[in-house]
Write a protein that binds this ligand. Structure first.
Ligand SMILES: Nc1nc2c(c(=O)[nH]1)N[C@H]1C(S)=C(S)[C@@H](COP(=O)(O)O)O[C@H]1N2
Ligand SMILES: [Mo]
Length: 511
């Protein structure tokens, strides 16, 4: 049998070093992607085909919690699951860190993939994966029948894989992997804010999110099947090929030991990532963020939302999720008093590093040129909702004052407070810092109307920020004041906003 295997092993379709190395790196990265992906999913453990994410419209619900039908009763934050640290990356409801691991690893994984596919075609090795004749299908069926009856196809059927495995590998490399990349891109509010049609390719953004999840399930199922086959079907052949690049039947034991050690090391690395992330969450946040920032700037930095005119009234979501409750009378007696008086005494303060300070009441704001836009809200936790927002352009409002040369960020502060603080200290007002390019986007507005009505309490009355090319956590509700500042490091905990300070998100909310 040994001689037979040697005779069959095709001369050019071997197991060259680049193939074995990229295969190994891919194994490491896919594990990281799945573990961090699970962390991301756990922050909104529901999957939909509809954009509005209404209660009961999930096709898959991974939590026992039931969402009440009435808007504003249940906050997205209440819905987050806490996963064990060994299970997800980093575990323990740290979605901000999970997202950064996912993004960074994804980038490295794609580069590995490009190198791998480039070399496949450059060396002629593509023939190991891509079938060259239709009879692959009947042959794969034959293989399947053989496996299902607990038999093995003859060694002669492997070139270097049998037809069934070849088809599966080709499917994973040329169908599932590209699908994961394409659906992953649709997760970015910058991409679908600029190109709303892109999400439509998958039905809508929730369709893309669901397909992304299904792709992960396929990956997991495939991994299980694939690993089983490696160890069940001519293991000596597979394992020595994977380790040494050639068939060395006498060294099967050594090859197996090397391989199992490497697998154990990878598993240890995965667990170490969770442990290291939790060691010092702030350090982890800063390091991962700094590593990812240039990539985000390069690919997403210039994308500005262009959703006006794309969505129609009929696209407006019948249900819209919320995050962040209105301030309680204890949190903000001021807001409470203004609300009782129907916002008559409300004054939006605009100042900071400026030539003067200006206050605007609701009537002043309503007298300014009005902008209306039907846009999709994407919360970084995963849900979306489409609504019609009416208000004034932020650039018009801050155009009333002249910022200093030093002013680089616009800080917007709420009457409401953070839902919790990172270190457990008493909750502070919710705030965010926006870099200039977001401040001056066409579709960045201060909204006082939602779906043709004055802004409801849950959604930020009397005034809230809308920046349509980024995630929802920067869109301050119950807006109190606006200030030009020099540097966001000097306010709050220095990370750029409440969600950045307390939930370890990144100030660049484009992905
Ligand atoms: N004041 C305040 N604004 C806030 C929040 C908050 O907790 N407090 N949550 C943010 C987050 S994470 C999201 S997704 C959106 C949700 O907006 P919605 O409740 O209007 O849907 O508000 C943002 N603005
Ligand atoms: Mo959010």
């Amino acid at each position: 049998m040994d001689s037979l295997i040697t005779a069959v092993a095709s001369p050019e379709l071997g197991f060259p070093a680049w193939l074995r190395i990229t295969h190994f790196i891919n194994f490491v990265f896919v594990g990281v992607l799945i573990r961090s992906g699970v962390e991301i999913l756990s922050s909104h453990p529901r999957l939909y085909w509809r954009t509005d994410c209404g209660p009961g419209t999930e096709w898959l619900r991974l939590t026992k919690s039931i969402v009440p039908a009435e808007e504003g009763q249940y906050m997205a934050r209440d819905d987050e699951l806490v996963l064990p640290k060994w299970f997800s990356l980093p575990g323990g409801k740290k979605i901000g860190i999970g997202r950064r691991w996912h993004g960074l690893t994804n980038f490295a994984w794609m580069i590995t993939g490009i190198i791998y596919v480039g070399l496949l075609f450059g060396t002629g090795e593509w023939r190991r994966l891509l079938p060259t004749s239709w009879d692959i299908f009947p042959r794969a069926l034959d293989s399947l029948r053989t496996y299902l009856t607990f038999n093995l196809p003859p060694v002669a059927a492997f070139h270097p894989y049998d037809a069934l495995q070849q088809l599966m590998y080709a499917f994973i490399v040329f169908v599932v992997a590209p699908m994961m990349i394409l659906t992953g891109i649709a997760m970015s509010p910058s991409v679908i804010g600029r190109f709303p049609w892109y999400a439509k390719l998958f039905g809508n953004r929730q369709g893309a999110r669901s397909l992304h999840f299904i792709g992960m399930v396929i990956y997991l199922g495939f991994a299980l099947f694939h690993v089983t086959l490696v160890f069940v079907v001519y293991p000596a052949h597979n394992v020595t090929h994977m380790v040494f690049g050639e068939y060395r039947p006498k060294q099967f034991g050594a090859a197996l030991a090397i391989m199992l050690t490497m697998i154990a090391a990878v598993v240890a690395f995965w667990l170490w990532q969770s442990w290291w992330s939790h060691q010092n969450l702030r350090r982890t946040q800063v390091i991962l963020n700094d590593l990812e920032e240039p990539i985000r700037k390069l690919f997403l930095g210039r994308l500005k939302s262009r959703q006006r005119g794309y969505y129609k009234e009929s696209d407006i979501s019948p249900y819209h999720w919320s995050n962040g409750r209105p301030p309680t009378p204890e949190e903000s007696p001021e807001w409470e008093a203004l609300r009782k008086d129907d916002w008559r005494g409300y004054q939006l303060e605009i100042g900071g590093l400026t030539n003067k300070t200006v206050s605007l009441c609701m009537d002043d704001l309503r007298d300014m040129p009005r902008q209306e836009q039907i846009t999709m809200h994407t919360c970084m936790q995963g849900w979306t909702g489409i609504a019609k927002w009416g208000g004034v352009r932020l650039s018009d409002v801050i155009g009333l004052v002249e910022p200093d040369e030093k002013a680089k960020y616009l800080m917007l502060t709420s009457f409401g407070t953070a839902q919790h603080m990172y270190d457990g200290r008493p909750v502070e007002p919710y705030y965010t810092c926006l870099p200039k390019e977001l401040v001056y986007e066409d579709e960045t507005i201060l909204a006082f109307d939602m779906n043709g009505q004055p802004l409801p309490m849950t959604f930020g009355a009397p005034l809230r920020l809308r920046v349509e090319s980024i995630h929802g956590y920067k869109m301050v509700k119950y807006l109190h004041k606006i200030e030009w500042i020099e540097d966001y490091h000097t306010v709050g905990d220095g990370m750029g906003g409440t969600r950045e300070d307390s939930s370890l998100q990144s100030i660049n909310a484009r992905i």
